[in-house]
Design a protein around this ligand. Structure first.
Ligand code: NIG
Ligand code: ZN
Length: 418
């Protein structure tokens, strides 16, 4: 039986395009194509057509055995968020470190004492694949209810052959069991396990010579990540790892410039990274390198907010002509939230992005940052029917205005209603 879904009387249909674009950058980030009083037709799992209500006629839903009508009067319809940077497979929360930071310790001090990522790695050993899968499914459901329909998930809390593979196999199971678009990233170089302190190359060799071939054999990753930063992996080590990843066709998406001006952006760009993420420390050289690249600068406002870090100079980057993507960085240490509505609020309130820029950064640009811009990230006919309907709101700016709330009422993924 063929079914079409008709969304009618939509107050604002946001982020529409006639032809799929790659990304928006610079001044373009400030404009958003919006149809007022609109309709949208979904045919099976795809967006078929859309337009102003005055142009709607019954022929547009002809040919289907059944048409489901959804009245969207007073509501906003947007493409589902593409959250291009998360760590939603994790073994346990880390609220004790949150309390330690309130009492004066820094994130780096906690990490040096064996907390942070190493703390998660210790707990990862004790969690079974089934438990990790069940917990992550709950988190995916949580973010889906807040409008996320595509998500990138990293390993990186394993740091041993067994645990890294366990995390990646969990992500593979999530791909098979969740309706969301999921991309998987190998982040074995997230932190150096203490037992390799005296011989860093030994760990890097383990990643390159043992883990990568097995990951390739089982088809466990789409991308390759390294935490290239002060106290984590150097630029030289990052280059070595990214080159090794490319041998298995794993394009880099790296953590860079969170803790200092460390050269992470440049090494990412040099190795054709799809995205460089965090970017709390950005200078003229980083901007220049990014301008000459196809790498998406991705900012993670949740982490900067939660850890009280310096804010990325987003305005300066946009004014220089760069695109910006935003992601939640949902993880237990630096950003325990996957609410992309709140990410937009932070972007507007803290970074002075306009709502238009923030929406572009969470949809079309973040779709590019996870390699799904051809099928997601905008309302475009032929793209997957992945979108959400809000409760009644006066305009799309109210999504970031009502900070901390969840304006999403209905989510549609692949033409299925949730
Ligand atoms: N910065 C590196 N990695 C994660 C945090 C990991 C953690 O603290 O558990 C991030 O993106 O913020
Ligand atoms: Zn991260």
């Amino acid at each position: 039986m063929t079914m079409k879904i008709l969304l009618e009387n939509i107050r604002q249909l946001v982020q529409v395009e006639d032809k799929a674009r790659t990304w928006v950058s610079g001044k373009e980030m400030g404009s958003l194509r919006v149809l007022e009083d609109a309709f949208l037709v979904i045919d099976d799992d795809q967006i078929e057509t859309f337009g102003p209500m005055k142009d709607f006629n019954e022929n547009l839903v002809e040919g289907a055995d059944m048409v489901m009508e959804i009245d969207c009067a007073g509501k906003i319809v947007m493409p589902g968020y593409c959250d291009s940077h998360t760590h939603v497979v994790f073994p346990a929360s880390r609220e004790q470190e949150f309390v330690d930071r309130i009492n004066g310790l820094t994130y780096e001090e906690i990490a040096r004492r064996g907390g942070g990522i190493l703390n998660s790695a210790k707990r990862m050993e004790q969690r079974s694949e089934d438990e990790l899968f069940a917990d992550a499914m709950v988190r995916l459901d949580e973010v889906k209810r807040m409008g996320t329909t595509a998500i990138e998930i990293k390993s990186g809390y394993g740091l041993s052959m067994e645990s890294e593979l366990k995390m990646l196999r969990v992500i593979k199971r999530l791909k098979a069991n969740s309706p969301m678009i999921i991309k998987s990233t190998f982040l074995g170089a997230h932190a150096l396990p203490v037992e390799y302190k005296a011989d860093r190359q030994k760990y890097i060799k383990l990643l390159i010579e043992e883990m990568l071939p097995e990951i390739d054999r089982e088809g466990l990753a789409d991308y390759m990540d390294v935490f290239c930063d002060q106290g984590f992996f150097t630029v030289e080590e990052t280059a070595q790892l990214l080159e090794a990843g490319w041998k298995y066709d794993l394009q880099p998406k790296i953590h860079a410039n969170e803790l200092g001006l460390t050269g992470g952006v440049q090494v990412g760009v040099k190795h054709q990274a799809l995205s460089v993420d965090h970017l709390e420390h950005i200078g003229d050289d980083e901007i220049k390198a990014l301008l000459a690249s196809k790498t998406m600068p991705t900012v993670l406002p949740g982490a900067a907010f939660f850890l009280g870090m310096p804010l990325s100079p987003i305005r300066e980057m946009i004014e220089a002509g760069l695109p910006i993507a935003l992601a939640s960085d949902y993880n237990p240490g630096s950003s325990p939230s996957g609410n992309m509505n709140f990410i937009q609020s932070l972007a507007c309130i803290k970074y002075k992005m306009t709502p238009e820029e923030a929406i572009n950064a969470c949809t079309i640009n973040s779709a590019y940052a996870m390699g799904v811009e051809k099928i997601a990230g905008t309302i475009c006919s032929g793209k997957q029917a992945n979108l959400f309907i809000t409760r009644e709101l006066p305009s799309y700016s109210a999504i970031s205005y009502y900070f901390g709330a969840n304006p999403v009422e209905t989510v549609i993924i692949n033409g299925e209603i949730y």
